[in-house]
Design a protein. Structure first.
Length: 74
């Protein structure tokens, strides 16, 4: 009887388990403007993530060059 419970529990947990990529932000190219988390319209390269029900978009800001690569030119 305990074997049946364990198999039923594992089947339920597999059914409701989210894929690993849903919690990660990834770059996405948006042609049709989308609403961001703050409600502003976004287009171009954005970050997006799935929250389990729908896609969430966030503005992508490209990082500056690392401080170690800057040289003083005198």
């Amino acid at each position: 009887m305990t074997i049946e419970r364990n198999s039923a529990t594992s089947e339920v947990s597999k059914r409701w388990a989210k894929p690993a990529w849903t919690g990660a932000w990834h770059l996405w190219q948006v042609i049709i403007p989308r609403r961001s988390i703050t409600g502003k319209l976004l287009h171009g390269t954005v970050l997006r993530r799935h929250n389990g029900r729908h896609w969430i978009y966030k503005r992508f800001v490209e990082p500056d060059a690392p401080a170690g690569n800057c040289r003083n030119q005198e």
